[in-house]
Design a protein around this ligand. Sequence first.
Ligand SMILES: [Zn+2]
Length: 177
Amino acid sequence: MGRKRGNAAALRKVAESVDITEIIQRYTKGKIIGRTFTCPFHDDAHPSAHIRVGNRWCCYVCNEGGDTIDFVSKLFGLSIMDAARRINDDFELNIPLRTLSDDEKQKIDEDLLKKQEAKRNKDAACMELVLRHRAMVYAIRHFAPKSIDDMDHLDPRYVDAVKNIDRVAWLLNHPAS
Ligand SMILES: [Zn+2]
């Protein structure tokens, strides 16, 4: 069952290139509720399988689990290689699935690192906006003028929030892809 060494980098790239939730949505009819989903490998009335960190899944009822390739392999009874090919084709990843040269493996690793880095930066930027928006909502609630007299010396935190909250909310709803 071991993955052929020459293909390990390509398989890893396939396994990590598509989000496990997309795989579940595309290939099963089950529900996804938060981090749980209907397990396709046992008669599952309530979603009891779990999405795990590292783009993996597991089900404690039927003891199945693994990465996205394992999921497709078990679901369709495919070999690991054929499951990877299926994901590669269905999601148009165009990852060369043959024994790779060292240069190709290195490039795949670099691409993967870049992708992970970009995702981290995006997450961080989004988190920053969320916190900024929260602070503005707070400022509008707590530093707003309470009387006519206050109007002459508005709290700068309130002024900043009123001026910028629409733009920050817009950015939150239109994340750069
Ligand atoms: Zn199960």
